[in-house]
Design a protein around this ligand. Structure first.
Ligand code: ADP
Length: 285
C-alpha cells in the first residue's frame, strides 16, 4: 500500500436523463435524475483507494451545502481531504448534464465560481509522506510551479500528469513529471489522428500513455511504442471515468514495480471492467 496525493478539482454532477434534448424555450420533464461527485483527480483516487492505497486529495472546498455531498462521497472512498483549502465564498464547480435517451449525447452546462488550488496552498502540504503525487493538467502556471518545486525539493516522489484537455501552454509541463497520461480528446484536439502519432511526436526520453477508448491504450517508454487492446466487459454500461480508472490502475501497477507495458495491460483490464458498471463503487471485489 502506498500513500498517494492527487491535485485537481471535485465537482457536483447533476445528471438529468431526458427522452430527447429539449428545444430552446421548451419545458420538459426528466426521466430520472442522479447526483454524483465528479472531477478527474478525485475519480482516480476513488479507484486507487479501492486498490488498497491511502489516498489524499488537495483541491478547493467551498463551505456551502453541495460541498457536503462531495465530501460524503470522498469519505465513502476513504479519501482524506486534509490537504484541501476551505473557502467561505463561492460555489463548488457544478456540471448540469442533460443525457438524451434518444441519441445518448451528454450536453453539459458547467458553473464555476471556485478558485484553483494554488502553489501557495501546495507548499503548505507535508509532501514528504507521499509516495506518488498525481496532477490534473489544468491551472497551468501554478501547476508548473508545483511540479518544478517537487523536482527540485522532493526528487524522490514520483509524479504523474493527466493531459486530458488542450489548454494554453500545457506543453510547458511535459518535461516536469515522470509520467504523462494523455487522452484521445487531447490528441485529436491538437491534430493527431491516432495515439501512436501523438506519442511519436514527443521527445524520446518521456514516459507517456495515451488511451483510445475501445481500441485500448498505447505507451511510450525508452523510445519504444507499446500497445494493449481494450478488455471489453460483457455489456458496456457506463464509460464515464474509464480514463480516470485507467490512470489509477496504471499508478498502482507502477508503484508495485511493474514495468510500463505490464502496467498498461492491467490498466486496460480495470478500465474495461469499470465500463461494465455504473460509477466506481465496488469496482474491486
Ligand atoms: P476517457 O474516459 O478519458 O474518455 P477512454 O475512452 O480513452 O478515456 O478510455 C480509457 C480506457 O478505458 C481505454 O484505454 C480502454 O482500455 C478502456 N475503455 C474505454 N471504453 C471502453 C469500451 N467501450 N470497452 C472496453 N474498454 C474501454
Amino acid at each position: 500500500m502506498a500513500k498517494i496525493l492527487a491535485i485537481g478539482i471535485a465537482t457536483l454532477d447533476i445528471i438529468n436523463t431526458v427522452e430527447k434534448y429539449p428545444a430552446e424555450d421548451d419545458e420538459i420533464r426528466v426521466v430520472s435524475q442522479r447526483k454524483a461527485r465528479g472531477g478527474n483527480a478525485t475519480n482516480t483516487l476513488a479507484v486507487l483507494s479501492q486498490l488498497g492505497h491511502q489516498c489524499s486529495w488537495a483541491g478547493v472546498l467551498i463551505n456551502e451545502p453541495d460541498a457536503k455531498t462531495i465530501q460524503q462521497d470522498l469519505e465513502q472512498f476513504k479519501i482524506d481531504t486534509q490537504p484541501c483549502t476551505i473557502l467561505s465564498e463561492g460555489k463548488m464547480p457544478t456540471s448540469y448534464i442533460n443525457h438524451s435517451v434518444a441519441t445518448g449525447s451528454r450536453t453539459i452546462v458547467h458553473h464555476r465560481d471556485c478558485p484553483e488550488f494554488s502553489f501557495a496552498d501546495f507548499v503548505k502540504i507535508n509532501h514528504q509522506q507521499y509516495d506518488w503525487i498525481h496532477f490534473e493538467g489544468r491551472n497551468i502556471t501554478e501547476t508548473a510551479q508545483m511540479l518544478s518545486w517537487l523536482k527540485q525539493h522532493r526528487p524522490n516522489i514520483a509524479c504523474s500528469l493527466e493531459v486530458e484537455k488542450s489548454r494554453p501552454d500545457i506543453e510547458s509541463l511535459f518535461q516536469l513529471p515522470q509520467l504523462l497520461m494523455f487522452s484521445q480528446h487531447y490528441a485529436t484536439t491538437v491534430g493527431y489522428s491516432s495515439a501512436p502519432a501523438l506519442l511519436a511526436s514527443l521527445p524520446n526520453d518521456l514516459n507517456a500513455t495515451c488511451t483510445w477508448g475501445k481500441q485500448g491504450a498505447w505507451a511510450l517508454t525508452n523510445g519504444d511504442l507499446i500497445h494493449h487492446q481494450a478488455c471489453p466487459p460483457d455489456k458496456v454500461i457506463d464509460t464515464l471515468g474509464a480514463g480516470d480508472t485507467f490512470n489509477a490502475a496504471l499508478i498502482s501497477a507502477l508503484l508495485q514495480q511493474k514495468n510500463l507495458s505490464q502496467a498498461v495491460a492491467q490498466a486496460c483490464q480495470l478500465a474495461g471492467k469499470k465500463c461494465g458498471q455504473l460509477g466506481f463503487t465496488g469496482l474491486i471485489n
